[in-house]
Design a protein around this ligand. Structure first.
Ligand code: TYM
Length: 331
């Protein structure tokens, strides 16, 4: 049986990109693998959240995980900070992570641009913490979206380097995983390439969005003035709308809008209306479950307590073995 590990930062509500890029794959994998899914609350500290927000976001992400179909009977769901062994492994991995390679990481360069007043060491070493999450359970597969590809590459580098330095085969090589052929990148509604929590209002479709809010966002999605020549190439924001349509609508619907785009008779208002209707339908069962679970604190506590115990078992074993390999042993 293979081990699967994946996580999501606790920085707010989950969006369609999280669902299609990662969670949908987790849900499919939990039947046949040894799965660990966690809420990365240590990672979210790089943006300095208010304590009350951090706490409520952890609950929100858990509720949304469960609403998407992640089943605590089949896998281990836990909060990253409930398993402090990850912090020790992070420290140990940092000893062999080079500042130059961390500085070259695309997500670090991105963050420097986005938060120039808060370039903290946690941001720089974000890939080592993520590697610690994955190596802590000796994972083989990591279901993630396209944006995490480089972090997975760094995880392999850190794991392989550890194996080489200590002349061991201890850590397996974890691979980013998607059931389709390629990792997914879901576009945002504002014409920018990626749906994301921090990309600004109106960019993301959140799983918990009220249908009216969702419809409004989709109706406001960026479009151009329309095709002028038959079979014209689509600009990025229109490609994005079609990508979203393909994820939630039937093949016939997609084909219809392809045809009217190609003969220049498309009305973007019709496309968006259809997209909104299909999106609301697609996410309705998840939304219903979110509303139901949000008030069930007892169940949430039970899930997290059981998850913590199972995750600790694996984490304690790994850190004990890693300490021994490194030479940290009792006298
Ligand atoms: P985060 O919280 O930004 O995103 C969680 C997951 O959602 C995917 N995702 C997307 N996929 C496709 N299209 C999008 N627009 C989109 N936006 C987000 C991400 O690829 C990710 O899989 N560093 C991670 C969290 C993490 C982690 C880990 C993941 C910490 N430790 C260990 C896996 C294993 C992150 O920031 O994801």
């Amino acid at each position: 049986m293979e081990t699967v590990v994946s996580g999501i930062r606790s920085t707010g509500n989950l969006h369609l990109g999280n669902y299609l890029g990662a969670i949908k794959n987790f849900v499919k994998m939990q039947n046949e693998n040894n799965c660990y899914f966690f809420i990365a609350d240590y990672h979210s500290l790089t943006t300095h959240p208010h304590p009350a927000d951090l706490h409520s976001n952890v609950k929100q992400v858990l509720v949304e995980y469960l609403a998407c179909g992640i089943d605590p009977e089949k896998c281990t769901i836990y909060v990253q900070s409930d398993v402090p062994q990850v912090a020790e492994l992070y420290l140990l991995l940092n000893m062999n992570a080079y500042v130059g390679e961390l500085q070259r990481c695309t997500s670090f360069k991105d963050k420097i641009r986005k938060q120039p007043d808060n370039v903290n060491a946690g941001l720089l070493t974000y890939p080592s913490l993520m590697a610690a999450d994955i190596l802590l359970h000796k994972a083989h597969k990591v279901p993630v979206g396209k944006d995490q590809e480089q972090h997975l590459e760094m995880t392999r580098t850190f794991g392989n380097r550890f194996n080489r330095i200590y002349e061991t085969e201890y850590f397996p090589e974890p691979q980013a995983f998607n059931f389709g052929t390629a990792l997914v990148k879901i576009p945002g509604l504002d014409g920018s390439g990626k749906m994301g929590k921090s990309e600004g209002e109106g960019n993301a479709i959140f799983l918990a969005d009220d249908p009216k809010v969702m419809t409004k966002k989709i109706m406001r999605a960026k479009t151009d003035s329309g095709p002028e020549k038959p079979n014209q190439e689509k600009p990025e924001e229109i490609v994005n709308l079609f990508t979203l349509l393909k994820t939630v609508s039937t093949d016939d619907t997609v084909q219809h809008f392809e045809d009217v785009y190609n003969d220049c008779s498309i009305r973007y208002g019709d496309l968006k209306k259809q997209l909104a209707e299909d999106m609301v339908k697609f996410l309705a069962p998840v939304k219903e479950k979110i509303d139901e679970l949000s008030s069930d604190d007892k169940y949430i506590q039970k899930v997290l307590q059981e998850g913590k115990e199972k995750a600790l078992e694996s984490a304690i074993k790994t850190v004990k073995e890693v300490r021994e390999i490194i030479g940290i042993k009792p006298f």
